[in-house]
Design a protein around this ligand. Structure first.
Ligand code: OAD
Length: 235
C-alpha cells in the first residue's frame, strides 16, 4: 500500500472529483455508465438549457438530488475528514462534486467549486443560495422567487465561472503538497491546478486509472479512493 508522508510544515491542497463518490453509488460523468454518456451537457447543465427548458433542467437535478439523498459517505470521505482533523487549516479541501458526502463524512470546511446540489438560488436577484432538498420535477411548476425570478439549482453550469476561485488560487499558491483524487483531469480550471502548483509542490493522484493530465503529477497511486485513502496519509 502506498504511503504519503505529510510533514508538520506541509500545507495540503486536496482536489476531489466524481471518483471519490463512485463507491457511494453516485455515477461519475465520463466513465462507462457516467452521466454525460446518457445526458447531453448542453441540454441540462448550461445557461442556454435553463433559458430554453428549465423544466428539463430541474428534472435532471431532481434526479441527481434523489440519487445523492440515498448515498452514504465511503471510507475515502472518512479518511479526508480524519486528515482535516489532523491538519486543521493546513488542509484545503476543494471538491468539484456537488453532493454533500464530504460533509456527511465529517469534513467541516469543504470548498465546492462547482456548487451544491442541495442548494438553490434565484436566477434574477441577489437572494443568497439557500438549502433546498425539494424535488422540482415534472409536471410541477418551476419554483419562483418573491422577486418573480425563477429558482435554479446552485450549480456552476458549463459557461459559468466556478465559485471561490480567488480563495482556491490563494490556497494553491500556498500549498506544498497537492493531491487530486478521482477526477479525470479534463475540465478546466481544475484540470490545470496540478500544472499551476507543479515545481513548487509535490503532486499526487489517486484513482483507478491515470487522468488526462497525468504528466503533471509526480506520482499516480492507482486504485479506488475508498481502498487507498484510509491507509495513505502518514502525519
Ligand atoms: P469524471 O467523470 O470526468 O472522472 C471521474 C474519475 O474518477 C475518472 O478518472 C475515474 O477513473 C475516477 N474514478 C472512478 N471510480 C473511482 C474510485 N472508486 N476512486 C477514485 N477514482 C475513481 O469526473 P470529474 O473529473 O469529477 O462539472 O468531472 C469534472 C466535472 O465535469 C464535474 O464536476 C462536472 C462534470 O461535467 C460540472 O457539472 C460543472
Amino acid at each position: 500500500m502506498p504511503r504519503l508522508t505529510i510533514s508538520p510544515v506541509d500545507r495540503v491542497f486536496v482536489l476531489t472529483g466524481a471518483g471519490i463518490s463512485a463507491e457511494s453509488g453516485i455515477p461519475t460523468f465520463r466513465d462507462a455508465g457516467g452521466l454525460w454518456r446518457n445526458y447531453r451537457i448542453e441540454e441540462v447543465a448550461s445557461p442556454h438549457a435553463w433559458r430554453r427548458d428549465p423544466r428539463l433542467v430541474w428534472d435532471f437535478y431532481s434526479m441527481r438530488r434523489k440519487v445523492a439523498s440515498a448515498a452514504k459517505p465511503n471510507p475515502g470521505h472518512f479518511a479526508l475528514a480524519t486528515l482535516e482533523q489532523a491538519l486543521g487549516d493546513r488542509l484545503f479541501l476543494c471538491t468539484q462534486n456537488v453532493d454533500n458526502l464530504h460533509e456527511q463524512g465529517g469534513a467541516r470546511r469543504v470548498h465546492h467549486m462547482h456548487g451544491e446540489l442541495f442548494k438553490s438560488r434565484c436566477d434574477s436577484c441577489s437572494l443568497p443560495p439557500f438549502a433546498d432538498t425539494s424535488l422540482h420535477e415534472s409536471p410541477g411548476e418551476i419554483p419562483r422567487c418573491s422577486c418573480g425570478g425563477k429558482i435554479r439549482p446552485h450549480i456552476c453550469w458549463f459557461g459559468e465561472t466556478p465559485f471561490e476561485l480567488e480563495q482556491i488560487f490563494r490556497a494553491l499558491d500556498e500549498c506544498s503538497l497537492f493531491i487530486a483524487i478521482g477526477t479525470s483531469g479534463s475540465v478546466e480550471p481544475a484540470a490545470s491546478f496540478a500544472a499551476h502548483v507543479a515545481g513548487g509542490a509535490r503532486t499526487f493522484y489517486v484513482g483507478p486509472e491515470a487522468p488526462a493530465n497525468h504528466a503533471m503529477f509526480d506520482e499516480c497511486f492507482l486504485g479506488k479512493a475508498g481502498e487507498l485513502l484510509p491507509g495513505l496519509f502518514s502525519c
